[in-house]
Write a new protein. Sequence first.
Length: 143
Amino acid sequence: MKRLFLAALAATSFATCVHAQSDEVGPIVTPSGELQFERADHDFVAMLDKTLFDRFDANTLTHFDDVGDTNDTVTRMLVETDAGPVLYDFSRRPPVVLRLGKRMTVKRVFWQRDEVVMQGSQGWFRFQRGVLTKLQSSTTIYR
């Protein structure tokens, strides 16, 4: 019961940092250029300024965007794929594709400075510096 209470408390603390999921194919403005998703057979192809950026299997397109302060550009994006979530970091030069390495359905995403906290089908997880960690009950409040 205590874990459930702490999870609910943490979820309400996140409310201001969460960005809704989207199925927008683009163009999506990023610091690295315009991102466009296209269907290619059973896969999706992510094109950055009309150049192949990533390719992934997915039945539908679902992504969570971290919108920056300037010009509503998307600085980071978490994309759901059949193999598990993939993080695109457009704030780095060149932009980076990081595969989380765990199959899950993502329900909510909360963007922190250098980490992504997400609620998935198997609980709460943090992705920071290339490492995915399952979160346990704590008193940490994310804002």
